[in-house]
Each structure stands twice: as structure tokens, then as C-alpha cells.
Design a protein around this ligand. Structure first.
Ligand code: SAM
Length: 173
């Protein structure tokens, strides 16, 4: 987004594993445009982190890149509720993102000892309808499966013949 001209002062990055942040800066060599203060190291579900608490209700757009599929159905509903807390409670607030998807919308083994949910467009919409009900909010949800982000190559251990990428946009009504 910074490369496309979005003002760096309006951009924040969030990553749970602190050691990834300096690695990313070294990789992209963009410290002059995106200073370290723009990045927060925290579990975004952490409601005790002071920087995250200060952001609650103030974010306009959340880009959820390849993260939602780390949880099972209930975990994803809780993650979506947390993102709704962080977003400005106003028409037009937006979530955009990608996840590992699946033609059938299925539970699957994740990291050792975990079960995750890989959505198709229908199951993603159903999960959002539940989230809307539990938060008293309404969203225009658009989702589709495609072959992007490595799905066509099927190189990931999370991929398989019916794996796809889910691309989604949720706009608050
Ligand atoms: C599959 S990687 C995706 C990385 C990057 N967003 C991308 O699109 O290439 C998922 C990332 O989410 C981070 N992560 C997982 N759970 C998180 C949480 N609860 N809060 C913040 N970051 C989390 C992981 O540490 C990991 O770096």
C-alpha cells in the first residue's frame, strides 16, 4: 500500500512473532518509508496490549492476509469479533483478505494438535452471518475461491487437489 502511495502515517502492521518484524524490514529495505513504530508485535486477540487498546474503534481497513485459516470455525468467529472491535464502528469500515480455502468448505488438520477450517464462499458467508448475529452488526460480504497465492502450484503442505485460495471483502453496512 505504501508503494502504491498510501501515506505511511496511516499504515500499521501487526505480527505476533516479534522477530519477523526486523526480518521484514531487512527484506523490503523500506525503513525510510515504513518506520519500526508502524509495526506492533502482539497477538491481535490480546485485549490487554495498550497499543491495541488505543486503536480499538479507530481502524478503517483491516487486511487479513493468510491468517484466518489458522483457527477452527469458533476461533475464526472470535477473531472476526476482535477485528470488528478494532474497526471504526461506522458504515464503510472494511476487512479485506485471503485465506487457504477449499472447494467443499471443510475442517482439516492444522499445525500439530490443531483443527482449522478452510472455507468456500458459502461457509465463509455462513460464518459471517453468525458473527453478525453475535455482534449485532451487519456486513456486505463478498467471497470467492481462486487459484492465487500458490494454490495453483499446490506446493504447500496445507494444499491438496480441492484446496484453493479464498479472497474476501467485508464492508460494514
Ligand atoms: C501464514 S503467515 C501470513 C503472513 C503474511 N500476512 C502473508 O500474507 O504472507 C501468518 C502470520 O500470522 C501471524 N499470526 C498468527 N496468529 C496471530 C495473531 N493471533 N496475532 C498476530 N499475528 C498472528 C504468524 O506469526 C504469521 O507470521
Amino acid at each position: 500500500m505504501a508503494h502504491d502511495g498510501a501515506p505511511a502515517t496511516n499504515l500499521l502492521g501487526l505480527e505476533e512473532q516479534a522477530e519477523f518484524l526486523p526480518l521484514a524490514t531487512r527484506f523490503f529495505r523500506d525503513e525510510d518509508r515504513l518506520p519500526a513504530e508502524n509495526f506492533i508485535s502482539s497477538d491481535f486477540m490480546n485485549r490487554e496490549n495498550a497499543r491495541l487498546r488505543a486503536l480499538e474503534g479507530k481502524i478503517d481497513i483491516v487486511q487479513l492476509s493468510l491468517i484466518l485459516h489458522l483457527w477452527n470455525w469458533d476461533g475464526q468467529v472470535e477473531a472476526c469479533k476482535r477485528i470488528i472491535e478494532l474497526l471504526r464502528p461506522a458504515k464503510g469500515s472494511m476487512i479485506v483478505g485471503q485465506s487457504v480455502g477449499h472447494l467443499d468448505g471443510v475442517e482439516a488438520p492444522g499445525r500439530p494438535g490443531t483443527i482449522v477450517f478452510k472455507h468456500n464462499a458459502e461457509t465463509f458467508l455462513k460464518m459471517w452471518r453468525q458473527t453478525e448475529k453475535e455482534t449485532g452488526t451487519e456486513w456486505d460480504v463478498q467471497a470467492s475461491l481462486d487459484e492465487g497465492l500458490g494454490a495453483a502450484e499446490q506446493n504447500g503442505r496445507w494444499d491438496g487437489p480441492r484446496a484453493k485460495r479464498l479472497v474476501f471483502t467485508c464492508v460494514r453496512l
